[in-house]
Each structure stands twice: as structure tokens, then as C-alpha cells.
Design a protein around this ligand. Structure first.
Ligand code: AMP
Length: 301
């Protein structure tokens, strides 16, 4: 089992759904990812927070066994994001993004982290993703996630970093936007043509599709009667997906990738049951494995 290094946003989110709202709750792609991935393998988190970031929130990450010595604290405001969900959509409309201390920050990967075997470049400025990769020694698997904001603001840098990674994990809408097409299969071909071996397209309630040069695999979302807050579904998916791959030591065996899709799906299902990271933070590996078996049974022919 190898260690996972993650770099990405640590944030305070303001979230509105048709039924409820919460302000200033712990969010950020790296927080959600780490909460899930730490169920599978040791996680080292690199990011930056402002002087408004609560000690208690760092404590929640630490309590999960996540190594947070790579989190820098700077003068200024932490990253803030405001998202709104309507009835038909499980993709947030971004009302506000305030990069705060992430604005001109570039990561300094601690020497002890540089040999991490697995690297997850969580959703953040692609220039930060590139600067992280440049400091890694010889990672076995590098995976990346992103968001419409970066496709709109930094497409060129994003394409550059996609060329250097093994795995891309992206939303359906973002895949379409990246290559200006309605067709996911076409967008998938274009993304794989840039170099990655694996692409996972996350499709909200419709599940997730895995694309490799040898074929594809599609798993439905875990059926839930009620969801509270879709925020972080993509990042907890990535946490389960990359976490399971790290636990297995890589994905030479193609079956590992399919099982990783189910692990990602299960982690995402726990995440959306509560606001903020509360859902994923409240489960242990036993709960994940139980839901994995139920999902596996659901798709078995
Ligand atoms: P997800 O719902 O999985 O796409 O991720 C939502 C999380 O991403 C929220 O907790 C936000 O704080 C964070 N986020 C939103 N916009 C950005 C952005 N432009 N860059 C980095 N993180 C972001």
C-alpha cells in the first residue's frame, strides 16, 4: 500500500439547496478527497489556509489520520465558494469563488512527501497542479480532477497538466465543455488522446463511466432515497477511487479499476447524505465495504 499526496483546495463553503442552506462550512476538494482516501491508505495533504481557518477543522482532518503538516497558514482569507443547487440538477451553480490565500500561492512539497507513490491533483489552479508535479520524484500513479472555473480561466495550463497525468476524473458537463461537444464518448476519446491511460466521467445520479484504451465500464450511482448536499460528491468519488488503487498498489490488473469505480461511488453516496464533509467523515471502512457489497449485488448479472 502506497502513500497518497493530495494538493487542492481547502475551503469554507456557502451552500444552498431548495430545502436548506449552510454557510461557512468546511469544504474544498482536498478536504473531501482526503476524508475518503484516508479510509484506504495514508494521506498527506498539501494546501494553504488563511488566518480565519478554524483549528477545529484542521483537527477533523488530523483525527482521520491525515498528515496535515503540508498545510500552510497564511495571512488573509481562506478560499471561499458559494454554490446553489436547484431541483433538477446535481451540479452546483457557482455564485461566487474567492481564491483568497490560494491566489498567488505555489506549493512547497515537503522533502518527506516527494517520494509519494500516488498523487492526486485535486481541483485547483492548474498552475498549482503543474508546480506540484514538478516537485515529485517518481510517482507511480498521478490522477487529476478539475472544474469548469479552470476550464474557463486556465484552459491551456489545464491541457498541459492533463498531458502529464495517468488518470483524469471529471464531471460529465466539464468533459463536454473541455472539448466543446455534447457527446461524452467523443470527449473521452479526445482526453485519452492527450496521454492519460484512464478517464472517469462522473455523471451525478447517472453514475460514473470509466474509459481506457481497452474499453469502458459503467456503474450506476448508489440508489439513495434522500440526498442533502451534492457538494463534494466528485471529490469523495475521487478519494474512494484513488484510495482503492493505492491500497492495491496500482492498477496493472484491470479489475482494480472497475472495483475502484464502485469504491468511488460508495464514498460519494455517503458524502451527499449530509452537509459539508460530515457524511464521509462519519463512516468507517466497514460501512464502505457493506455498501460496496450492496452495490455489487445490484449490478451483478
Ligand atoms: P465537487 O462538488 O466535488 O465538484 O467539489 C466541491 C468543492 O470544490 C467545494 O467544497 C468547493 O470549495 C470546491 N471548489 C469550488 N470551486 C472551486 C475552484 N474553482 N477551485 C478549487 N476548488 C473549488
Amino acid at each position: 500500500m502506497g502513500s497518497i499526496l493530495v494538493v487542492g483546495s481547502l475551503a469554507y463553503d456557502d451552500v444552498r439547496t431548495p430545502f436548506a442552506a449552510q454557510d461557512g462550512v468546511l469544504g474544498g476538494a482536498a478536504s473531501y478527497f482526503s476524508m475518503a482516501a484516508s479510509l484506504y491508505a495514508p494521506v498527506r495533504l498539501v494546501g494553504v489556509v488563511g488566518d480565519d481557518f478554524r483549528e477545529a477543522d484542521l483537527g477533523r482532518l488530523r483525527a482521520r489520520g491525515i498528515d496535515i503538516s503540508g498545510i500552510e497558514r497564511r495571512r488573509g482569507r481562506s478560499f471561499r465558494w458559494t454554490g446553489v443547487y436547484d431541483f433538477v440538477n446535481d451540479t452546483a451553480e457557482t455564485v461566487n469563488t474567492d481564491l483568497g490565500v490560494f491566489g498567488d500561492w505555489r506549493p512547497q512539497i515537503p522533502e518527506a512527501y516527494a517520494d509519494s507513490e500516488f498523487v492526486f491533483l485535486a481541483n485547483i489552479d492548474p498552475e498549482i497542479q503543474l508546480a506540484t508535479l514538478a516537485q515529485m520524484r517518481r510517482p507511480k500513479v498521478v490522477a487529476l480532477d478539475t472544474m469548469n472555473y479552470w476550464i474557463e480561466h486556465s484552459r491551456e495550463a489545464l491541457i498541459n497538466v492533463i498531458r502529464k497525468v495517468d488518470v483524469v476524473s471529471i464531471n460529465e458537463g466539464e468533459a463536454r465543455q473541455l472539448f466543446e461537444t455534447f457527446k461524452i464518448v467523443k470527449a473521452a476519446r479526445e482526453i485519452l488522446a492527450l496521454g492519460p491511460k484512464v478517464l472517469v466521467v462522473k455523471r451525478g445520479e447517472n453514475g460514473a463511466t470509466l474509459f481506457t484504451k481497452d474499453g469502458s465500464f459503467w456503474a450506476p450511482a448508489y440508489p439513495l432515497e434522500e440526498t442533502v448536499d451534492p457538494t463534494g460528491a466528485g471529490d469523495t468519488f475521487a478519494g474512494g477511487f484513488v484510495g482503492y488503487i493505492a491500497e492495491c498498489g496500482g492498477f496493472e490488473d484491470a479489475a482494480v479499476l472497475r472495483r475502484a469505480v464502485l469504491h468511488g461511488t460508495v464514498c460519494a453516496s455517503y458524502s451527499v447524505e449530509r452537509f459539508s464533509v460530515d457524511g464521509i467523515a462519519s463512516v468507517d471502512r466497514g460501512a464502505v465495504d457493506a455498501r460496496y457489497r450492496a452495490l455489487h449485488e445490484l449490478i451483478r448479472v
